[in-house]
Structures are given as C-alpha cells and as structure tokens.
Ligand binder design. Structure first.
Ligand code: CTP
Length: 403
C-alpha cells in the first residue's frame, strides 16, 4: 500500500522526535519515499543525519538553499507528496498551521501541499489541554486535517497525562487508513441526519434528549473522506460540521422530516443517526409558562416517524440505514425496527453499556442486515465505526448490483 508513495515526514521540536526516527524507518521499509523536513528546534533533539541514514534520502531543513535557477524546494516537495505526516507536531506548528503562518520550510510546505495531512500532536499534558491548543486543533479538524490523538501516559517531563505521541505502529495504521480511502464512495450521494431534535414548549424551553450528534457527524466526515457528496441534516449540536459537507440545520422533528423527505429521492444512501423526538408538546405557549401552585400536565402528540416514511418511499437503488438506541431487549427491538421501517441495515446499541451511546467518543454496536445477518462489533471510536458502517453499506450495494 505504501510502496512508491511520496511521504513528507515533518519533524518538529519535541522529545518525541526520536520516535519519528522509528516511523521514518518503518515507512521506508514499507517502500515509501520518505522526505524528512525538520524544523530548527527538531534538530536540537535528533540530528538530520539520523533521518538521512534511515530513509536513504536528503533531509530538508531550510527554506533558503543555495541560489539556483532550479525548482523552488518547498513547492517541489509539496507537489510530489501523496501524504504529509507531522510527527511530533508541537503546539507551535499546530498554531502556525491553524492560522496560516509560513515562516520556515515546514510551515510553508504545509500551506503548499494539496495532499492529505496527518498531524500527531505530542507535548506536555497541560500544554495539550490549554484552550489555545485545543481551539487550534478544533480549527484544524474543521479544515479537514487528520489528527492522531496523543495518548495518556508518563510524559518526558515526569507527569502522567495526555500528550504522549503514540507508537510508530499506531501512526502507521492511521497512514494506511488514509491510503485505504480509495474514493470508493465517489459518485454516491449520501444524506446523514444527526443530533437530537428539540421540541419547544414555550419561547425558552424545549424537550430533547442526550444525543451529542457525534455519530452522525463522524459518518458525514467519513463519507466525505471516501469521496461521497454529503448532506448533513442536523438538529442542534455543539459540533462544527466536517469540511466538505453541506449542512442543513433544523430544530424540530417536523423540520427534520421536511428537510429529509424533500431531498430523499436525490440520494443513494440515507443514514438516520439522529435521535428524533417521538412526541412534541401539543400546545406551544407563545409566552414563557409561569409556575403555579399545582402540578403541570403536558399533553404530547405524535411526531412523524421519518425513517418509517423513508422506508415506504425507498426505491431499489437506495440504501436506508437506521439506528436504534435501546436499554433492553436489544435484538428483538432491533429486528422489529429493521423490518417495520423497511431498512437495509440497522445499527443498534445498548446505551446502558459503558463506552456505548450518548455523548461518548466510542460506541459498541450490533449491525442487523435485512437478510438476517447480525454482526457484533467490538468497542471502537465513532470515526472507525462510521467507516465500518460505510463498508457495510458498500457491501450491500455491491451484493445488490451483482444480483
Ligand atoms: N426515527 C425517525 N423518526 C422518528 C423516530 C425515530 O426517523 N420520529 C429514526 C431514528 O433516526 C433512528 C430510528 O428511527 O434511525 C430509531 O429510532 P428509535 O427512537 O430508537 O426508534 P423508534 O422507532 O422511535 O422506537 P421506540 O421509541 O419505540 O424505541
């Protein structure tokens, strides 16, 4: 997979720079052409010669080389790259990249590349947790950068905390994952719903649920990475929409119904990760409801079941995926929803399990296929799960085309 790939390995000035040497070696052994670019500070930790020896290629350290009429080094390197990996990525390079600064070779190169970029932040735990660093990472994620979270462990400064660069094998796995996005969803239009709908009671209150929207946003991001044209119909969340996604913001179940139904026929794949309120207050007060002596009884009326409606309208070329959040009888409930809503795939999770469900960064699910197959997946982060779900969708679509 890596043979013949041109990979820029950017090394910045942190103690984890020594691990970058192992990464350079592993990438070279896998057949990649590794062009190491070191910042001034990185050279305080490891000598360029180490990388030159491990990669068998020159190491680049400066923006300004000897005066020649040949190609401009950072533009030339950028144009040839299939991937850029920054390991370790210090708080400084993250800040520069997040704000477009280009005052040395590596930062200039990072603005010039058009290939995917994988950032591996590593630093002291307090630095990593600093709001400025977190804001920069957030911004970089939004811009579409791939990020390998640092691990929790004992850091070089002696403290325990999050900030340790993962082992080279882990980074290598991420690199392979990026190269394995073969654009296998290109040509497909995917609609994802996310978040928990809000049903107003009065101008200041609403009924909602614990959905964070993370699963739906991860699905939208994963589908874009694989080349799909993606629309994300989202109820309110605290998340930023992934780069490259068309965002349609809604609030209530009825607004989501409208947004999804009017678009449905134009999409090949629809994934309903949203938590849709089954009921809404029958009367929405125009003024804030005041407390009284007695108790307050709310009358609720039924919302449309969007997924059920889509199942009724589905054509044979469309793939419909639903979610089920259960607290008991997972399998029986899942099978019932799968058939009642005429789905191709149902992703069910028991939200009472630790590591599964609302707000968590991980999930533990079972996939129920329309043909009766059931697949139990281990605990995994929501982005990895998003890819597994998309793999299953593609498998279903290719099986169908073969028939
Ligand atoms: N869903 C929907 N419209 C609704 C309710 C749910 O489109 N009014 C979708 C959700 O987006 C999800 C799936 O249906 O993909 C399952 O939602 P869930 O609330 O678990 O199932 P319900 O059908 O509402 O059943 P119950 O509340 O009885 O568990």
């Amino acid at each position: 997979m890596l043979a013949g790939r041109s990979i820029i390995l950017g090394v910045t000035g942190g103690i984890a720079a020594y691990k970058a040497a192992e990464l350079a070696s592993a990438l070279t052994r896998a057949g990649a052409l590794v062009n190491v670019v070191m910042t001034q500070a990185a050279q305080e930790f490891v000598q360029p010669l180490t990388f030159a020896a491990l990669t068998g290629r020159p190491v680049h350290t400066t923006l300004f080389g000897p005066l020649t009429s040949g190609p401009i080094p950072h533009i030339e390197l950028a144009a040839r790259a299939d991937l850029a990996v920054i390991a370790p990525a210090t708080a400084n390079i993250l800040a520069k990249l997040a704000h477009g600064l280009a005052d040395d070779l590596l930062s200039s190169l990072l603005l010039a590349v058009t290939c995917p970029v994988l950032l591996c932040p590593a630093m002291n735990a307090a630095m990593y947790a600093h709001p400025a660093v977190q804001a920069n990472l957030h911004r970089l994620k939004e811009m579409g950068y791939h990020i390998v979270e640092p691990e929790v462990g004992r850091l070089a400064c002696g403290v325990e905390g999050r900030g340790r660069m993962p082992a080279p094998e882990v980074i290598l796995e991420h690199i392979k994952r990026i190269f394995s996005f073969p654009g296998d969803l290109s040509g497909l239009k995917v609609l994802v719903t996310a978040g928990g709908t809000r049903e107003p009671l009065d101008p200041v209150r609403y009924i909602s649920d614990r959905s964070s929207g993370k699963m739906g946003y991860a699905l939208a991001a994963a589908a874009v990475e694989r080349g799909a044209v993606v629309t994300l119909v989202s109820a309110p969340t605290s998340l930023s929409p992934p780069a490259g996604v068309e965002l349609v913001s809604v609030e209530t179940a009825r607004q989501m119904y409208q947004a999804v139904i009017e678009r449905f026929s134009r999409y090949d794949v629809v994934i309903k990760a949203a938590a849709v309120a089954d009921y809404r207050p029958k009367l929405v007060s125009g003024q804030k409801i005041k407390k009284t002596e007695g108790s307050l009884i709310l009358e609720l009326e039924k919302n449309p079941d969007i997924l059920y409606e889509l199942g009724q309208r589905k054509t044979p070329h469309q793939t419909l995926v639903g979610f089920a959040a259960e607290t008991e009888d997972l399998e029986a409930n899942a099978l019932q929803k799968l058939s009642k809503k005429n789905l191709d795939l149902l992703v069910a999770n028991d939200v009472t399990q630790p590591g599964a469900g609302f707000g968590a960064d991980t999930n533990i699910v079972k996939l129920f296929f329309a043909d009766g197959r059931i697949q139990s997946l281990p605990i995994m982060d929501k982005k990895t799960l998003a890819h597994r779900i998309l793999d299953a969708v593609l498998e279903l679509r290719s099986e169908r085309n073969q028939k």
